[in-house]
Each structure stands twice: as C-alpha cells, then as structure tokens.
Design a protein around this ligand. Structure first.
Ligand code: 6PG
Length: 237
C-alpha cells in the first residue's frame, strides 16, 4: 500500500492526473472503473484540463465502480457528473463509455453489467480484471456502494450487486470485492477532514477496522495507492 499526501484536493487532482497519464501512455486498450460522488469532480476537471489533448482517449474504456439507480439525467447520477466534468471536455468515443443503466431494474442491471464485464475484460482466476479501479471512501468507511450495514455484499459471488444506501434507501449497483481486488491498480481518492477519523482507524488497523468496506480493499496481485489531501491525512502518524 502506498500513501501519497498532498496539500489540497487540487494538488491531489493534479498529481493523480500525472499518474493516470503515465499509466495509460502507450496502451492501446485500457479499462478503468470510475468512482462517483463529489471528490471526482475536481479530479476529472483537472485531468481534462491538463491531459485532454495529450491522451488518446480512443484506447480508454470507461466503466463505473458503482452507480445510483436513477436516470442518467438525474443530479444524483455518477454518469451525469462524469459527462459534465470529464467526457464533455475530452474526445472520447461514445462506444468507450459503458455506463451502468441506473434507469432500469437494479437486479436486472446488476446481472447485465456483470455479463458486460465478463465479456469485455480479461479474466484472472475467473474474475474480470480492470486495469485501474478508482475508489472514494465515505465518512462511514463505505467504498463503491458497499456500505457497512451490508458488508456481506463485498463477498458476493456476483461481480455486480444491488446495494441500499443506509440513510436514503436509494438502490445502487456496485462492483463486489472480488472484482475490485482483482484490479491491476487500485487508487483511493480521499480528501477532506471528514474522512480523517476513518482513515486513521483503517490505516492503524484499529480493533474492528474490518467492519469498514474500504478496509477490505486489498489487491490480489495489484498495486494500491491512496491519494490523500492533508485534511484527510491529518490523523495519520
Ligand atoms: C458514490 C461513490 C461513493 C463515493 C463515496 C465518497 O457513488 O457516491 O462511488 O463510493 O466514492 O461516497 O464520496 P465523496 O468522494 O463525494 O466524499
């Protein structure tokens, strides 16, 4: 596990963009699962600004680690957020964007998306393998859309599961732990003081830390990097 700590979220975004550029350079096919929520907004803005015309986006296929079960036009949609902050500012072929269909039945979509991963990605030990999975971490320690109250979904045999937000009850489609941990590269993008306490608990492996889904992210053979800003890393030794 590698931890990179930067001044603020703008620097996290800029340094992650450099890392992403180096990772995709020269690759003629690259499959990345994006995270959602609000942290990626500045990441995508800066990635598009700094590398929009330096990356051959036609070689990059975009998926999601999780999506809210809402239409793609909904303000809650991770896809809509990504169009606004990334896709509308880069030249990426439509056929390279593999969104989770938030507007259809969640169970039906989880099954469809699992099949899409099965046919689109290389499999290692029978599990689809992403080149890169981006993750955020909620201040409750969730990641993707695996929340502490239904942590058993992490070990689902299904590559894609239907999760439920603990407060809103909103349904989500999420990758399971097996697909996430099978990735070649896993990057956590975590910023803000509200994440500091959980980060410390997970980093220090405090009693009971494994009740947080973010603590279960352990790449099988890949590489895990945490991109943090100072505020989120404030309680790390
Ligand atoms: C989502 C995300 C989710 C997010 C965390 C952190 O769909 O909301 O995929 O896992 O990464 O909730 O969200 P912030 O980065 O906005 O704090």
């Amino acid at each position: 596990m590698e931890i990179k700590i930067y001044k603020d979220k703008q620097e996290v975004a800029s340094q992650f963009s450099n890392y992403f550029f180096d990772l995709v350079k020269g690759k003629n096919e690259f499959h990345v699962a994006l995270s959602g929520g609000s942290t990626p907004k500045v990441i995508f803005d800066i990635l598009a600004r700094d590398f929009g015309d330096k990356i051959d986006w036609s070689s990059i296929h975009f998926y999601w680690g999780d999506e809210r079960c809402v239409p793609p036009t909904d303000e809650q949609s991770n896809y809509k957020m990504t169009v606004k902050h990334l896709f509308s500012n880069i030249d990426v072929p439509e056929e390279n964007i593999h969104r989770i269909l938030g507007e259809i039945d969640p169970v039906q979509e989880a099954n469809r998306y699992a099949e899409l991963l099965n046919t689109s990605l290389t499999k290692v030990a029978g599990v689809p393998q992403f080149d890169l999975v981006l993750l955020g971490m909620g201040d409750d320690g969730h990641t993707a859309s695996i929340f502490p109250h239904e942590i058993a979904l992490w070990d689902s045999k299904k590559s894609c599961v239907v999760a439920t937000h603990p407060e809103s009850g909103q349904k989500r489609v999420s990758l399971n732990g097996a697909v996430i941990n099978n990735a070649k590269e896993i990057v956590f993008l975590v910023t803000g003081a509200n994440k500091a306490e959980k980060l410390k608990e997970i980093h220090d492996k405090n009693e009971g830390y494994k009740k947080y889904p973010a603590a279960l992210v352990e790449p099988n053979n890949g590489h895990l990097i945490w991109f943090l800003d100072k505020a989120a890393a404030a309680e790390l030794a």
